[in-house]
Design a protein. Structure first.
Length: 158
């Protein structure tokens, strides 16, 4: 039987009690980092062409992924949510599987919306769309693969 408790602090470093919570925390930290990097000129090319929102934002994170102020804020909020939800097993599961589902919806949205239309307000480009697909699949797969298994008795087993 596995006993699951909330994260603990060990010498100022977050420690999660299982692989699912660790994965959710790592995804959250990466989203937070990407959100910050989106506001750094040089890492974000054409920084002066960044708009708050809309398809006409010319800024690209790493010269590849189209970003805007809104897009970066979404990454920051998603990162904070991931770190907060990683504190519990249920929260980590919801973040990974639910967040992965959100990214798959964003992938589909990006495929069907004209990239030059006002509906592309976040904005997305082709690289963003395929990154969203990969993130969605990875988050759901990791969320499912790392869930503690239930034994015949219904209790979590290692």
């Amino acid at each position: 039987m596995v006993t699951v408790t909330h994260h603990q602090h060990h010498g100022g470093v977050l420690h999660w009690d299982n692989a699912l919570q660790t994965a959710a925390g790592l995804f959250g930290a990466v989203f937070l980092l990407v959100g910050v990097l989106g506001f750094i000129p040089g890492i974000t090319t054409n920084y002066g062409d960044m708009t708050f929102a809309g398809h006409d934002s010319g800024a690209e994170l790493l010269g590849i992924f189209q970003v805007s102020v809104l897009h970066n804020i979404v990454h920051l909020l998603f990162g904070v949510a991931g770190l907060a939800m990683a504190r519990t097993l249920g929260g980590a599961r919801v973040f990974l599987i639910g967040g992965g589902a959100i990214y798959l919806v964003l992938w589909i949205y990006g495929l069907v919306v004209d990239m030059g239309a006002d509906a592309n307000f976040v904005p997305f480009n082709t690289a963003d769309n395929w990154l969203h697909f990969g993130l969605g699949i990875a988050m759901i797969a990791i969320g499912l693969a790392l869930m503690p298994r239930r034994g015949v008795t219904g209790r979590h087993t290692s």
